[in-house]
Design a protein around this ligand. Structure first.
Ligand SMILES: [Zn+2]
Ligand SMILES: [Zn+2]
Length: 305
């Protein structure tokens, strides 16, 4: 689901693994939709996961339909680089109205598959003006996913993910540089939702953090807490008894946080968003042992879909 560097963009020849990977715009959400459908089979949350699959499919269509959007020019990019700032920061980049167009298309597409509860949410959203939608977007981008109208936020997040993925892909890997702070996305500054191992067949065994917003992935050291930088001795792994260890929780005993880890080296079909939402039982288990989750999943409405 991620692409390596474009031809002519080097690093590989030098033997260095790519430090930053942007998503494959043609397939990122379609891959996710297929994975949701697969995980829904026989799953206690099957209906929810199937609906989320429809949402991912709608995200792919919205991204496919989105024309090129404005990105920072060369001067602005080099200024960001000099200050070790992400080029399109989630909280301050002036959003193009294209994201709202994507949102309206997504809402229309998922409506026929929506439950009664979700239908009420979608109908309420259809009546919101641009200013109200922008205010909801601000909340998502500040990761304030609770409180009033929280049921609307996963849909807003879905559209913002499509838009920020477009931004990341247009900038391209060559324009994205790891920041001094390894725990935030080098493209948009958002928090990672989790980490993945073996992000592509070309980088087996390497660990990448997966951006909760723009689907960019960046290389980090294995067995290190990304919330507080504590090293290997503070970190432990938990998974649900009897599963194949495809999704693990990496817990840190220094800051008492955890981040999920997806072993794409064990199953290439695994997806950072779909496999996360299909393993909420693991979150409950780890929460109960006193750890709190450091990586947001922007599509997760409190209280379920
Ligand atoms: Zn990002
Ligand atoms: Zn920690």
């Amino acid at each position: 689901m991620t692409t390596l560097l474009e031809p002519g963009q080097i690093p590989h020849a030098s033997g260095e693994p790519p430090r930053v990977l942007t998503a494959d715009a043609k397939d990122v959400f379609a891959h996710r939709a297929r994975r949701f459908a697969q995980l829904a089979e026989g799953h206690p949350l099957g209906d929810y996961l199937r609906f989320m699959g429809r949402l991912a499919q709608a995200q792919q269509r919205a991204l496919d339909a989105m024309p090129a959007v404005p990105v920072p020019d060369d001067a602005a990019q080099s200024q960001s680089r000099q200050h070790a700032m992400p080029p399109v920061p989630a909280q301050s980049w002036p959003r193009d109205p294209a994201w709202r167009k994507a949102l309206r298309a997504i809402l229309d597409e998922v409506a026929p598959a929506a439950s009664a509860t979700a239908t009420a949410t979608l109908e309420a959203m259809a009546g919101l003006d641009d200013a109200a939608l922008e205010a909801l977007a601000d909340r998502v981008l500040r990761t304030e996913l609770y409180g009033e109208q929280a049921d609307k936020l996963p849909f807003v997040a879905a559209a913002l993910q499509a838009y920020w993925t477009r931004l990341a892909v247009q900038l391209g890997t060559a324009a994205l540089h790891p920041l001094d702070v390894p725990g935030v996305c080098p493209c948009c500054g958002a928090l990672p939702s989790l980490s993945v191992i073996g992000a592509s067949p070309e980088v087996p065994g390497l660990r990448y953090l997966h951006c909760s917003l723009c689907n960019t992935e960046w290389n980090v050291t294995r067995a290190q807490c990304t919330a507080c930088d504590a090293g290997e001795s503070a970190v432990a792994y938990q998974h649900i008894e009897g599963d194949k260890g495809l999704v693990q929780a990496e817990t840190c005993d220094v800051c008492k946080s955890y981040l999920k880890l997806i072993r794409r080296d064990k199953d290439a079909a695994a997806d950072p968003v779909a496999d996360d939402l299909a393993t909420l039982a693991l979150d409950i288990l780890v929460d109960e042992s006193g750890y709190s989750r450091s990586g947001p999943n922007l599509l997760l409405a409190p209280g379920g879909g």
